[in-house]
Design a protein around this ligand. Structure first.
Ligand code: HEM
Length: 209
């Protein structure tokens, strides 16, 4: 259950971030269209995944800003000396904030901004291996991370081929009648409201898809 919830949450946040940053969305769509050019099926093969570098950067940046898992805990198996003459005793439980790590200004420049190019391999050199930990780290990290990243790329690629995404507005929150219902709405979080509008890019996709 946990694995499906995290993956579903990640998909929602990637789509949301791409809806909010249409130029990055277009760049991803172009990358996918280039990949699919000349094919008569809309299927993504395992070997295709490495041909989506910019889409992968956007996925990682969404996982940095909106990590589905906010924190993990660990129990100290031995005393741990910290700077400043302090010691965490063996047996203590420590909470590692993934959210805090991913938004730490000492680690990330302008951490609140969605900047996929941070994950360009040219820019990640010298980064700590623990700066980006959506799947945690160490021997008990997420065993599904490769599968999750693969599924994310497939879902994002096939969604962008079919739809243009823009932030939507909850129609119950007083928008003009008809204004937002023209397009299908994907509800990310109904209460409090994260909505996306899906504009079909293919002639065979109906508004109920
Ligand atoms: C974007 C999607 C996902 C995220 C962000 C995520 C994140 C995490 C995190 C943070 C942990 C905790 C590790 C720790 O305590 O250090 C974890 C554990 C785990 N995840 Fe995932 N996960 C995702 C998808 C999946 C999928 C798709 C599967 C299975 C197919 C999966 C299977 C597991 C399992 C079995 C563990 C427990 C590993 C252990 O305790 O040894 N996860 N995941």
């Amino acid at each position: 259950m946990f694995d499906h919830v995290t993956l579903m949450t990640a998909i929602c946040w990637v789509l949301y971030n791409l809806a909010c940053h249409t130029h990055y969305q277009e760049q991803c769509r172009q990358e996918v269209m280039d990949l699919m050019q000349g094919r008569d099926t809309e299927e993504i093969e395992w070997d295709d995944l490495s041909s989506l570098p910019f889409t992968t950067m956007c996925i990682k940046e969404a996982l940095r800003l909106h990590s589905p898992v906010l924190a993990v805990t660990r129990k100290y198996t031995q005393d741990m000396k910290l700077p400043g003459d302090r010691t965490v005793p063996k047996g203590a439980i420590c909470l590692v904030s993934i959210y805090g790590t991913h938004r730490n200004p000492a680690v990330w420049t302008n951490p609140q901004e969605f900047q996929p190019l941070r994950f360009d391999p040219a820019n990640t050199r010298g980064h700590s291996s623990h700066a980006f930990i959506p799947f945690s780290s160490g021997p008990r990290n997420c065993i599904g991370q490769k599968f999750a990243l693969a599924e994310l790329r497939v879902v994002v690629a096939l969604t962008l081929l079919r739809f243009r995404l823009t932030p939507g507005i909850n129609p119950d929150l007083g928008t003009a009648p008809g204004e937002v219902r023209r397009l299908p709405l994907l509800v990310l979080r109904a209460e409090g409201g994260l909505w996306l509008q899906l504009e079909s890019l293919t002639s065979h996709t109906s508004r109920d898809d």
